[in-house]
Design a protein around this ligand. Structure first.
Ligand code: 2P0
Length: 320
């Protein structure tokens, strides 16, 4: 009754923003992401009938903030008559700061929980279950370039390209490490209910998805760069125009965008994307990664840098 799994976060290039069904947590739009290699969340789950309640530690410290969402996810995977669980989470990057920590956490938890109960589930079923907990988590069940499509009352997720087929590098510029003030679930609902741009976002998403799909098929970096930056800025403009406005950027976020523009002007293969937080992810050709990294490290307000290649799907691991 004990199992462990590891999952990497993923970064959306064509973003999921907005829900078509809040109760079932179904996204309003499809999305395309890249799964990372070097950031991870490891989850160990032990089901124990002797416990009275679920327990959680994050990096060795007891944690109650995240526990209710993890418990609901366990109920969905195992049924509400399950034994209580002792959950140990280890994560090598800042949590809840716009680095998709919930994606890797719920992807790993879903796999570990099913394995701890000896349930054999298809990856597609695990992805749907993880997606109920956190929309982006469904994508971390797959490696490389990943597309999440909407189906009638579910989602369908698949790998478009394996990481080794088009190895890109992601440099993450950390501009603030505290947890964000507004969670993405709340911000998405604010956008849906109040932003005048929300309906055009929904209308235009199929076009952006098709463009990115083509770019990935053709390994056309310039095309992927253009549509990814456009889609990211569109998502943030929806938030800026909602009431009240949601602004995740800080001055260092803007400075990083300037750095990426300068690098592009010098002919480097790099583009930016940002999620529900102030960090800037610079996606680049591996040969240009050192220059991108150096330029972002020297950008005012950048407090740390992380670097990652593209990685594989979430998976079960053996525990010592
Ligand atoms: C994404 N984000 O596609 C988008 C872009 C943030 C910006 O998915 O409400 O934690 O738990 O389903 O997956 C972050 O939101 O949201 C996210 P819920 P999630 O990666």
């Amino acid at each position: 009754m004990r199992a462990a799994a590891i999952a990497q976060p993923n970064i959306a290039l064509i973003k999921y923003w907005g829900k078509r069904d809040v109760v079932r947590n179904l996204p309003a739009v499809g999305s395309i992401s890249i799964t990372l290699r070097d950031l991870f969340t490891e989850m160990r789950v032990q089901l124990d009938g002797a416990l009275t309640d679920d327990q959680l530690t994050v990096n060795g410290e007891p944690d109650t903030g995240l526990l209710p969402r993890l418990s609901v996810c366990l109920d969905r995977v195992l049924g509400q008559d399950r034994d209580p669980a002792c959950i140990e989470s280890h994560c090598n990057f800042p949590i809840a700061a716009g680095l998709a920590s919930s994606a890797s956490a719920f992807a790993a938890l879903t796999i570990a929980a099913a394995a701890a109960a000896d349930r054999s589930l298809e990856t597609s079923e695990l992805a749907s279950l993880a997606g109920r907990a956190s929309g982006s988590a469904a994508r971390s069940l797959y490696g490389g370039f990943v597309e999440l499509e909407n189906r009638a009352d579910d989602i369908a997720v698949r790998t478009l390209r394996a990481p080794a087929e088009w190895p890109l590098t992601v440099i993450i510029a950390i501009t603030a490490s505290e947890a964000k003030a507004v969670g993405s679930t709340e911000a998405m609902e604010m956008s849906r209910k109040t932003s005048p741009f929300y309906s055009s976002w929904i209308e235009q998403q199929p076009h952006d998805l098709a463009t990115a799909r083509d770019a990935i098929r053709q390994k056309d970096f310039a095309k992927l760069a253009a549509v990814s930056e456009h889609n990211c800025l569109k998502m943030h403009s929806i938030m800026w125009a909602s009431r009240p406005p949601v602004v995740y950027w800080n001055s260092a976020t803007m400075a990083c965008l300037g750095t990426v523009r300068d690098l592009q002007a010098q002919g480097l293969g790099v583009f930016f994307t940002m999620d529900a937080g102030p960090q800037v992810k610079a996606v680049c050709l591996p040969d240009h990664a050192a220059q991108v990294s150096e330029a972002l490290a020297g950008t005012v307000g950048v407090v740390d840098l992380m670097e990652s290649g593209l990685g594989e799907a979430a998976r079960r691991i053996t525990t010592p």
